[in-house]
Structures are given as structure tokens and as C-alpha cells.
Design a protein around this ligand. Sequence first.
Ligand code: 13P
Length: 255
Amino acid sequence: MKKSVRKAVIAGNWKMNNARPQTKALIEELKPLVKDAACDVVVCVPFTNLETAVELCKGSNIKVGAQNCHWAKSGAFTAEISADMLTEMGVEYVIIGHSERRQYFGETNVTVNQRVRAALDAGLKVILCVGELLEEREQGITEEICGLQTKIALAGVSKDELKNIIIAYEPVWAIGTGKTATADQADEVNGYIRSVVEKLYGHEAAEGLTIQYGGSMNAGNCDELLAKEHVDGGLIGGASLKAKDFSVIVAAASK
Ligand code: 13P
């Protein structure tokens, strides 16, 4: 299977940005700009905007995602949101294991795996984030870190369930820093992650897996990144907050 037959997915991770008025304005601006996309288009908005986003995206080609979910179905977990609560709302995607969750909120490979399991059980599509810190790249252990994160996150995930997984390679040093991994660096690590998945699930499953790149991807550098064999889309932070910039990235992935 070649890149050309893999599904390209461009997802915006809005992070903790945009209250309801800005959410409405951004989605309304985005809808006509991405309506002819040949890739999948997703916006991952704060929990408080999910209902608004789902409503606004109805009848359009934009899908809505959340930025996390808890592993339990329900219970005494103050402030957490379950995967079932998301699907009940019409949410289709969820980001799991973002480096900001790992860095600032104590997320571990084990809890990432538990959240992945819960999301799949609820019928959500998962955007699973992996990526190394700058010191880890400098120590030459990028592959070990990304391989470990991938393997642990996918523990207990069947080959059939892998169809609902997208992996996003996001080098932590490239997030929000303006420092993009070069297209070759992104391709190399994405290719490595694919080889890890191949060992776990076989050639065909690995070849069919969408692996995004994320980290300062923008309207100016998206063409080069998305042209690479193993870069099947992007998880976009800052540039997803501007409809024009995001739509340029969507257009680049639609080529
Ligand atoms: P930036 O595009 O702002 O670097 O963020 C990337 C990211 O973390 C997406 O999840």
C-alpha cells in the first residue's frame, strides 16, 4: 500500500483557546474554505465548545474531536469527562497522550493506554500523540522513546481496532516553538513508528495506518512535510486558529 491510498487527516488542536463566540466565527469561516477537501478535516476543541462545534459542523465535511477523555466509564473522578459522554454528544475523534498532558498533567504511557482503550470501546477515533523531548533527541534515543510510547499506548488494541487509530508524531521541541522538524526528520520518525506498528500488527495494517506530523506545521512549511512518504497529515496547533492558514494546510493534504 502506498501513501496515496492512505487517508490523509488534517486535525486542528485548538488547545485551551476560543470561547463560544470565537468558536462559532472560526468554524463558519472554515466551512466554505475546506468544503472540497480530499482529506479528512477535524477540529479538536475545548470540552465546553464541543456541543457548539458539533451543531455547527452538521452537514459539513468537518468532524469534531475532543482533546482528552478519561479511562473510566463513570465514577468519582472530579472534572474528568468519559469517552461515552463524548460520543453521546456526537463527537467522533479524541486526542490522547498529547505532550502537554504528559508534561503538565502527569499523564503516563500507562494512563495513555487506558484512555486509548476507553476511547476505542466508546467508538471514538483516537489521535494518539507520541514524541521525544529535546534532550532525548540530543541523546539519540528518539526512536526508543517513540517506539516505547507507541507500544505501550497500543497494548490490548486489536488489529481490527487499529483502523480507528491515527498516530501523531509530535516532537516536543517543535511544539509552539516555531521550530519545525525538517521534512526528512518527520519522515524518518514517522517511518520508524510505522515499522514498530508493522512488527505488532503486520505489513498491511502498518501500511494502512495514518501517521501525522505535528509541531509548528503551518501554511508555509506544510507542502514539504506533507509530500513525504510517511507523513499522512498533520496535527496543527497555532495555525489551526486561523481559518485561512488551516485551509492552506488542508489544501496541501488534498493534493
Ligand atoms: P503547534 O502547531 O502550535 O506547534 O502545536 C502543535 C501541537 O501541539 C498540536 O497538537
